[in-house]
Design a protein around this ligand. Structure first.
Ligand SMILES: Nc1ncnc2c1ncn2[C@@H]1O[C@H](COP(=O)(O)OP(=O)(O)OP(=O)(O)O)[C@@H](O)[C@H]1O
Length: 384
């Protein structure tokens, strides 16, 4: 057993992993999965950093019982990752090793971690930032779907970010290759409840409904887009069965205070992704043509004095407008804030970021306004 000074988790014995140790130095733990540990590692020949996913394929510490399923699933994941190797927004599998008891998958290192953590940190993303992420996500989906690969577990936890905040789709553990869009007809539920499509849930409940396929990924993309803009998922209920029912019925809201600052174009794309009938749902190629994603954000260009002068004129006009509108802004009355603090933009941001810091991003549920929590405290104080 090998132990690094900074963690308690043992590294696989040298004997079990000599091929890996011959090429790499294992470093600190980056994260853990259900049956895997991910560590930073350094390639000895190039001194380049990578992330190695070490999967234990035994269910006895001594390696006596090989979990053949785990091994076969990992081999299938490797095969799919190799098929996707050319895409810049898919995590690159650099190397892989198999010993009697462990499998080692060496991936490019994504230092910025998961999109999920980034969302928890920033609460909500601007439309511009959402557009950048969703465009990359749709390009990746269009790419894998052109190869008839269905990811089946798209969610912010499986989207890693590189140093430049480009997305890297990871975790192809549930991915399958299909021939047609109704090919996945297993009664077993795959994926993560909040991101599951209505058709995959129905398939698991009723044996005589059709199977599902690529559109299931587009549903998950809709859930991700909603969560990026709003900061909470569209479908949530503490009772999981109720949540699954909400998904099957496509019951979500785009009319709460959360949507006050969100453009019609963005809402329109969400609505066209979160369509219950998979045949009516946008494909990734179609989504890329949607005005929200097709819109070009201004790029930095070379110096142009005429444009620069024009820019200054706009700045002057805008600052004058801001001065006027600032003066004209209604003062926020205490009674208005007491009545509904969540309706006041600045308070909304404050409540959101406070709630996120304390509870994490699951706290905000559909139908539950976080202002209620705020009001309760305030109410009690007033009564005193
Ligand atoms: N290439 C990478 N670069 C940086 N961090 C990574 C990389 N791959 C995984 N991680 C980190 O390691 C953690 C565990 O990864 P892993 O893929 O094993 O997780 P998981 O998807 O939660 O597990 P499971 O495979 O059981 O579903 C992730 O949460 C992520 O933060």
């Amino acid at each position: 057993m090998v132990l690094l000074p900074d963690d308690e988790d043992p590294l696989p014995d040298l004997d079990f992993a000599k091929d890996f140790y011959a090429k790499y130095d294992a470093k600190e733990i980056l994260g853990k999965g259900a049956s895997s540990v991910v560590r930073r590692c350094v390639e000895k020949s190039t001194h380049k950093e990578f992330a190695v996913k070490i999967i234990d394929i035994t269910n006895e510490g001594d390696g006596s019982l090989i979990m053949e399923n785990q091994r076969l699933e990992t081999l299938k994941e490797i095969q799919i990752l190799r098929l996707c190797a050319q895409h810049p927004n898919i995590i690159e599998l650099h190397d892989s090793f198999e010993s009697e008891t462990f499998m080692f998958l060496v991936f490019e290192l994504c230092k910025k971690g998961e999109l999920f953590d980034y969302m928890t940190e920033v609460v909500t993303l601007s439309e511009k930032r959402t557009r950048q992420i969703m465009r990359q996500l749709m390009e990746v989906i269009a790419f894998i779907h052109s190869k008839m690969i269905v990811h089946r577990d798209l969610k912010p936890e499986n989207i890693l970010l590189d140093d430049n905040f480009n997305i890297k789709l990871s975790d192809f553990g549930f991915a399958v290759i299909v021939a047609h869009d109704e090919d996945i007809d297993t009664g077993e539920l795959f994926g993560t409840p909040g991101y599951m499509s209505p058709e995959s849930i129905k398939r698991s409940m009723y044996p005589n409904v059709p199977g599902y396929g690529r559109p299931a990924d587009m549903w998950a993309a809709g859930v991700i887009m909603y969560s990026l803009l709003v900061g909470s998922p569209p479908f949530y209920h503490r009772n999981e069965l109720r949540m699954l029912r909400m998904i099957m019925e496509g019951k979500y809201s785009v009319s709460t205070a959360d949507f006050q600052d969100i453009s019609e174009t963005a809402i329109d794309l969400i609505k066209k992704l979160l369509v219950v009938d998979p045949k009516e749902r946008l494909t990734a190629k179609e989504a890329l043509q949607h005005p929200f994603l097709a819109r070009k954000d201004k790029m930095r260009e070379g110096f142009d004095p005429k444009r620069k002068f024009k820019g200054w004129v706009y700045v002057m006009i805008a600052s004058r407008y801001l001065q006027i509108s600032h003066r004209a802004q209604p003062t926020i009355s205490i009674s208005r804030v007491r009545e509904n603090p969540y309706a006041v933009r600045d308070f909304r941001k404050l409540i959101d970021s406070g709630a996120f810091k304390i509870y994490g991003h699951w706290v905000k549920k559909r139908g539950q306004n976080r202002a209620v929590l705020f009001e309760n405290v305030l109410g009690k104080e007033i009564k005193k």
